[in-house]
Design a protein around this ligand. Structure first.
Ligand code: PLP
Length: 380
């Protein structure tokens, strides 16, 4: 199997699995208990918090563990809006972008039912937000802006430092979905108030993530969950020690290997693109003109080639198409339609993402399988 779907999820690094195991077994203490086993677990949780904070360049006490980026995004957006509204803040506007992850768009939509106003900015043909459009939207006093650092389908990066400066100037809170960016590309959280991360996008376990909540100036949130008030009141529930420990090790590994991995993955990704472009003339690279995540490659195949048929013809490749199977039908990706592709175009798009365990041999085999499949599909 050639795994080329690292933007969907990543395997746990073997070092992460190894670090987690004792916390499922003998070291099972509740990190909120005051006895020996509990204290030992609590110390491990705090070490992991340090590691995640260090990766993001923030303080450990600014990290709130959640079940993943979906929960972190919900907590950031709903928590900030509801808290400010409860304090009597008259602002109602929340600004986000059409290509955000569903959990951001749906959180904003849920707030519309509570009297908030949503402004969803479009993107250009590369998938980037126009800073001037953001500035324009912020002319109406705004509570919160939520913009992702890197897109999960195209890998296109937003210019967060520039956008965050505009948001800061307008006096709104800035939330960034870092699920695809954290541990994969260098970044800065300057002028960012809230940021979401997910362990399983960076070689950690599924079911754990974190929200960075700025302390200076302090950002306050209304929690989503009622309970024991763990995580400084932001997130009730027993902290899952094994997952948190795995997340911490994943963060340390990411920090240690980031520079080398960016260079290696860019090389593999560009090699795969070159082979597809040469082997399948007419293939277009989505987001070609924008900076992108090192491992991300999203291509639109030439006319007559359906991405789904291509993947069916290549059972040894695990990749994604430009379509999402919703409840009953196959819908074109809203991210791809937002950058100007038709439903037809989107049905010819393949997302091939390389990662830590991809080799040059994988790239060569994948390219030859895809090119052979395209020739066979054309014959049918
Ligand atoms: C994967 C992903 C999420 C959701 O993360 P989970 O931890 O799976 O809930 C949110 N945003 C982006 C950009 C993602 O890629």
């Amino acid at each position: 199997m050639i795994y080329l779907d690292y933007l969907s999820t990543t395997p746990c690094d073997p070092a992460v699995v190894k670090a987690m195991l004792p916390w499922f077994g003998e070291d099972f203490g509740n990190p909120h208990s005051v006895h020996g086993p509990g204290r030992k677990a609590a110390q491990a949780v705090e070490r992991a918090r340090e590691s995640v904070a260090k990766l993001l360049g923030v303080e450990a006490r600014e990290i709130v563990f959640t079940s993943g980026a979906t929960e972190a995004n919900n907590l950031a957006i709903k928590g900030a809006a509801r808290h400010l509204a409860r304090l009597g803040d008259p602002r109602r506007r929340i600004v986000t972008v059409a290509t955000e992850h569903k959990c951001v768009l749906e959180s904003v939509r849920a707030l519309m039912g509570e009297g908030f106003e949503a402004v969803v900015l479009g993107v250009d043909g590369e998938g980037r937000v126009d800073p001037e459009a953001l500035r324009e939207a912020l002319k109406v006093p705004t509570l919160l802006v939520s913009i992702m650092a890197a897109n999960n389908e195209t890998g296109v990066l937003q210019d967060i430092p520039r956008l965050a400066a505009i948001v800061k100037e307008a006096g709104a809170l800035m939330h960034v979905d870092l699920a695809q960016m954290a541990g994969k590309m260098p970044m800065s959280l300057h002028n960012v108030d809230l940021a979401s991360v997910s362990a399983h996008k960076m070689y950690g376990p599924k079911g754990i993530g974190a929200l960075y909540v700025r302390r200076r100036p302090r950002v306050r949130l209304e929690p989503l969950l009622s309970g024991g008030g763990q995580e400084r009141g932001f997130r009730s529930g027993t902290v899952p020690t094994p997952l948190v420990v795995g997340f911490g090790v994943a963060a340390e590994l990411a920090a240690a290997t980031l520079a080398d991995e960016v260079a290696r993955q860019v090389f593999l990704r560009d090699d795969l693109w070159a082979q597809l472009r040469d082997g399948l003339p007419g293939t277009v690279l989505n987001g070609a003109g924008a900076p992108r995540l090192a491992g991300a490659l999203n291509v639109c195949l030439p006319e007559g080639l359906a991405a789904l048929d291509m993947l069916e013809a290549c059972p040894d490749i695990a990749a994604s198409t430009g379509s999402a199977c919703t409840a009953a039908e196959i819908a074109p990706s809203y991210v791809l339609t937002a950058i100007g592709l038709s439903a037809q175009d989107a049905s010819r798009c393949l997302r091939l993402s390389v990662g830590r365990f991809t080799s040059k041999a994988d790239i060569d085999r994948a390219a030859s399988f895809l090119i052979a499949a395209a020739r066979a599909c054309h014959h049918n």
